[in-house]
Design a protein around this ligand. Structure first.
Ligand code: ZN
Length: 451
């Protein structure tokens, strides 16, 4: 199903209503400030930048920092050498740095080998990367698995380089060390888990990596303080090799993951894109589709494909976990992707806050979903006699439509969950849940887990 929402926004199900907009703005600003704190750090798939990022996250949520040694076999892959950089530049004859890593960390290709030599522009240019179509943007390039070195620069600056001899210095190390990742685990009543995963391996890029981190941290902060039926696991990992490493080292417990989300690119001004899990109709896929349908947001739901972020690993056939990917504009669909234009201005505080609210709404739905059994299944029970017919549920609460009561009674045969009923009745989950609560209090429903 691919669709644009036509529904009116709902004020409940933990989504912000109009009165809460200022709260959303405040939340967005706070999240954006955290992103600004992480922005200058030079991250890669290994190294000091990842550790610094994990430490910054650990100031907000309890987090374990794991170190997996270089050379460790992880399925078909090997944990790479650790890369660190202290300085890198290209200097002209006058001693001026014409390309300077210290001015912007995207100037250096990630995993560049150490270099110290003089060379003419005709040789140097084979190691320079620019974007002629966007002459003011610096591209982002990596060379993780092939030994190489390079610099990225604005095309406008490249065109100003004279045919001269340049001094090239890359003060980097590529040696045995470890791959670092962060893991936060919040036990719930059940060992069944909700997994939230995001990548932490990009340098100064905001939508691609920092927005996912920011939303995941906010979600973890909320999860930490609420009663939990599910256990929650948050992974802050380098893309691809990080999820492969985590899966290789935790294979025996992945069956506990009942629902999962990869968060990426959740801060741009575009609508929501949700990519289903490989299973296609997992509860996370249905819960997300339901929340989006009633959110008032512009959104698109796309089927799984074996390309993208870490859902590729979680949804590889040997695992086939129910893990979808929550994003806004997909990575290939915006020009700023993997360039210096994916900066603090490109990510909108309100988009961050709203992304968080939608993910939180999905977690709340999964927490509250239940399967009930109608205790009076032969013909319709008399609602009036039980004070349930056209009742006002409480002073402050909205009236529960009779139709919702009838749907809940009819489908509560021990086989349909409240989410199933909400989808079938085309009403927000929250209304179905409130109807079920009233019916349960009236003695007409019992929780099958408790029978
Ligand atoms: Zn990326």
């Amino acid at each position: 199903m691919v669709g644009i929402s036509q529904a009116q926004p709902i004020a409940i199900m933990t989504l912000a209503g109009p009165r809460e907009t200022s709260r959303g703005e405040e939340l967005g600003k706070e999240m954006h400030n955290f992103m600004a704190e992480l922005y200058p750090i030079c991250r890669s798939i290994t190294g000091a930048g990842v550790r610094e990022t994990i430490r910054a996250i650990r100031k907000r949520i309890p987090l374990e920092m794991h170190e997996v040694p270089s050379g460790t076999k992880v399925f078909d892959w090997t944990v790479p050498l650790e890369w660190n950089v202290t300085d890198a530049y290209v200097m002209n004859r006058e001693g001026k740095r014409v390309i300077d890593f210290k001015a912007h960390n995207l100037h250096l290709m990630s995993y560049s080998l150490p270099v110290r030599k003089k060379m003419p522009l005709r040789d140097l240019r084979h190691h320079l990367f620019t974007l002629p179509d966007h002459p003011e943007w610096i591209p982002y390039r990596t060379s993780y698995y092939k030994e190489n070195w390079g610099f990225c620069l604005r095309h406008a600056d490249f065109e100003r380089l004279r045919d001269d001899e340049y001094e090239v210095v890359i003060d980097s190390t590529l040696q045995a060390g470890s791959l670092t990742y962060g893991e936060a685990y919040f036990p719930g009543e059940m060992s069944d888990e909700i997994l939230v995963s995001c990548h932490v391996c990009h340098p100064s890029l905001c939508n691609d990596n920092l927005s996912g981190i920011t939303v995941a941290v906010k979600l973890a902060e909320t999860v930490a303080t609420r009663p939990r039926r599910f256990s929650y696991r948050f992974l802050f990992i380098p893309g691809t090799i990080g999820s492969i490493t985590w899966l290789a080292q935790n294979e025996q417990m992945v069956s506990r993951i009942k629902h999962g989300l990869v968060l990426t690119g959740v801060g741009d001004a575009g609508g929501i894109t949700y990519k289903r899990s490989r299973q296609g109709n997992a509860e996370i896929d249905r819960a997300m589709a339901h929340v989006l349908k009633h959110s008032g947001e512009k959104y698109v739901i796309v089927d799984f494909s074996p390309y993208g972020y870490d859902e590729r690993q979680y949804c590889s056939p040997g695992f086939n976990l129910p893990v979808g990917c929550f994003m806004r504009t997909p990575h290939g669909d915006y020009n700023e992707y993997h360039t210096s234009a994916d900066n603090l201005d490109f990510v909108k505080p309100t988009s961050l806050a709203r992304s968080y609210e939608l993910c939180h709404a999905v977690c709340s739905l999964l927490e509250d979903d239940r399967v009930y059994l109608n205790t009076s299944p032969k013909c319709e029970p008399q609602l009036g006699r039980r004070g349930l017919y056209r009742t006002v549920a409480g002073q402050q609460e909205k009236k529960i439509p009779e139709m919702v009561m009838l749907w809940v009674l009819n489908l509560s045969d021990g086989r349909h969950s409240l989410l199933d009923i909400a989808i079938r009745a085309e009403v927000p989950f929250d209304e179905v849940q409130r109807a079920a609560d009233s019916l349960r209090k009236g003695g007409l429903l019992v929780d099958i887990e408790k029978t």
